[in-house]
Design a protein around this ligand. Sequence first.
Ligand code: SAH
Length: 360
Amino acid sequence: MTDTAPGLPSDMRLKDRFVRLIAATGPISVAQFVAESNARYYDSRDPLGSAGDFITAPEISQMFGELIGLWLADMWDRAGRPGPIHYVELGPGRGTLARDALGAARRFGLSPEIHFVEGSTALRAVQQSHFPKAHWHDDLASLPETGPLLIVANEFLDALPIRQLVMTASGWRERMVGIEGDRLVPIAGTQPMDAAVPAELASAHEGAILETSPAAAAVTREIARRLATQGGAALVIDYGRAEPAYGSSLQALRAHTKVNPFECPGEADLTAHVDFSVLRPVVEAEGARWLGTVEQGAFLISLGLGPRMEALCRAAPDKAQAVRAAAHRLAAPEAMGSLFKVMGLAAPGWPTGAGFPAGG
Ligand code: SAH
């Protein structure tokens, strides 16, 4: 990630850098604001877990990663056990999902080469302590070109920059970040953006916001292209919506509490809901199979969350209450079960994965 303002000290608070930059050269786009904030945020820390800013499904329970590992092993097995086979995880965090998934997959004879796409120096160090032989990548471009890929991304797309458009009295404008005194505030840009809005969403009341994530679409396109040319399958898991909608979903989490996303850039995790509805055509245009987008709760239950939970309870009765609470958190509609979605992708000729409607 490039510096916002060459010449300013790199250890300066990002908020102060933005204020100086905007004062000098004018408002910046929400996309630039999110990209630079998250690059600074992730690079310097391990944000996960109870002592951090947020918690994710693999950190809640081993059951999450184990079921994903079984899904991958089942796909690979039914595809005829092709090799060389690569496990690719985008934004692996602490490596917990990879450990649980690969541990479960190994019991079915799947021991792939491991590739991590990770931008954060701090998190790469944590991953390396568990997977000294893994290969690290800055983005998908340097992944191996031969052999099928088994790709997993949990809470990766939500951290990528979004663009926002806002309806004003004079039409759609890009939503920008400007300054009011020494505060960063969202404002409408000056360039007309009406041509960027699809006809069915174009008429909206003043103040309506539309979000798009060109970065999430680009990552999805590259996953689909790789699957179509190399074989393999992918699970992309995130919170988001299956239908387009108005409104800003940009949020910031700090110490498990929502804070104003414009208040402390680089010091809180900025995320936005993933719009899964726009990703299906992206997948299909590249020649990969879109298996469906299903709710996380239904997906985990169909893969055997219940029996796995019971087995863990029997093995460690003293932990049974915690195991049941974790399963509930992952799958219940009022917890993560409905908001989080699982999008399945596969190469042409690969099976329709467990947990997805047959025929996609
Ligand atoms: N998948 C993990 C971590 C989710 S947090 C889990 O479920 O626990 C988001 C992860 O994506 C972190 O590992 C973060 O460093 C990484 N990340 C965020 N933006 C990125 C980018 N633009 N390029 C590469 N990695 C990124």
